[in-house]
Ligand binder design. Structure first.
Ligand SMILES: [Zn+2]
Length: 399
């Protein structure tokens, strides 16, 4: 928990309709699991009223950015609900809501993130998980995430969720996974599900999540991930879980080098990860020689980095998108792509994220096209789906 306490240092100003946040999903899932419904009601009773003047709205990327074909590899379903859906689901689940409208609820979430109060912050994340506390809700959230990605121009997407977070709400891991897969498969978007385990949990719990994921290998679950607060919770104790997932044929992507140091990227790779969630601290070695050695090894291993720039700004990992290590990672020749992480919490879209790194960090359209190809190649989806996605990326050749 101590790793989730917000500090003034982490508060960053963000351009446009974006707001300021203290954390990314690495804290979200960890925190959410700690909040049971009765606690949430108690916590809301402690809240003050919230202005509805600053609703969260997704970054309004120009139509030409939305039209470009995109590959999305890193998005947490419990961080990406539509505000209106969140409100409706809370009402269906008899979960107390702090606002009567979707805009008001979005504003409340925004105020929580900016309040400097851990209690208020945690309540917002507890809300999204509580809202998903039925199989119908899980299916709807997954379907809408896929449809939102599809209408935003994505031609392939991987979504992730820690199904055991919903056990306190009476849902089995199997029921959650089957509902999420049903939702994803209702959309025409080619997609897959990555099962997350919480690295803050005991190894027995992460092994349980991995064994659960393994039962759905080849049936829509394509990968396994360790999420949750990174610093202080290295991946090595969860080797048995990672091995179980890998032995079942699942792809391994681990959050690493986000809140903790860059060497964690190579530690994750040594445990079997072929993709890294964030990994930006690989560009922040203690000295130039060490950093170069890290980069060289990551390239030798063919690691792919799922970078989520706005999320990193909101968690204080980068002061701004303009100063984000993404540009250095591209220049170093690493295999990198851009993803959203949490659309609701960070108020982003895939097209908006690409437009922002182009306009604010100077990533060229040619570099973005190469990123999308590298993402398609790194996807955990079946080969035929990856090839179809690669073919769909042809419009990048003419931008
Ligand atoms: Zn993430």
């Amino acid at each position: 928990m101590r790793y989730c306490i917000p500090t003034k240092r982490r508060i960053r100003s963000v351009k446009g309709c974006y707001s300021r946040y203290f954390y990314a999903i690495l804290c979200l899932c960890h925190c959410a699991v700690l909040i049971t419904p009765p606690v949430m009601f108690t916590m809301w009773s402690m809240q003050t009223s919230t202005s509805a003047s600053s609703p969260i709205s997704p970054s309004a990327a120009p139509a030409d950015w939305r039209a470009l074909p995109k590959i999305l590899l890193h998005e947490h379903l419990d961080g990406g609900l539509r505000p209106a859906t969140l409100l409706e689901l809370c009402r269906q689940q008899n979960v107390a809501v702090p606002a009567d409208t979707a805009d008001g609820l979005a504003a409340w979430l925004l105020a929580n993130s900016n309040s400097g109060s851990l209690v208020r912050y945690l309540t917002g994340f507890g809300l999204t998980v509580a809202a998903m506390g039925s199989v119908e809700a899980c299916e709807r959230v997954a379907f809408e995430a896929a449809e939102d990605a599809r209408t935003d121009g994505c031609v392939l997407a991987e979504f992730r969720m820690a199904p055991l977070l919903l056990e306190p709400y009476g849902l089995s891991g199997e029921a959650v996974i089957e509902a999420l897969l049903a939702g994803l498969q209702k959309s025409a978007l080619p997609s897959g599900l990555i099962v997350c385990a919480m690295r803050t949990d005991a190894p027995e719990a992460t092994l349980k999540a991995a064994q659960l994921a393994a039962r759905y290998a080849g049936k829509g679950v394509v990968g396994f991930d360790l999420a949750g607060a990174e610093r202080g919770f290295p991946p090595a104790p969860h080797k048995a879980a990672i091995d179980a997932a890998r032995n079942a044929g699942l792809g391994i992507t681990l959050h690493a080098g986000e809140a903790d140091e860059g060497s964690r990227v190579l530690e994750a790779a040594s445990l079997g990860a072929t993709r890294i969630g964030h990994g930006v601290n690989i560009m922040r070695g203690p000295d130039a020689a060490t950093q170069q050695a890290w980069v060289d090894e990551a390239k030798r291993l063919g690691l792919h980095f799922e970078v989520c720039p706005t999320s990193n700004v909101h968690t204080g990992i980068s002061a701004s998108i303009a100063e984000h290590p993404l540009r250095e990672m591209v220049a170093a020749g690493l295999s990198v792509s851009v993803s959203t992480d949490n659309r609701l919490m960070s108020s982003v879209t895939m097209s908006g994220e690409l437009a922002d790194v182009h306009q604010q960090a100077g990533i060229t359209r040619a570099q973005l096209g190469r990123m999308m190809r590298e993402a398609a190649q790194a996807s955990f989806l079946p080969e035929a789906t990856r090839k179809a996605a690669l073919a769909a990326l042809a419009p990048w050749d003419v931008v």
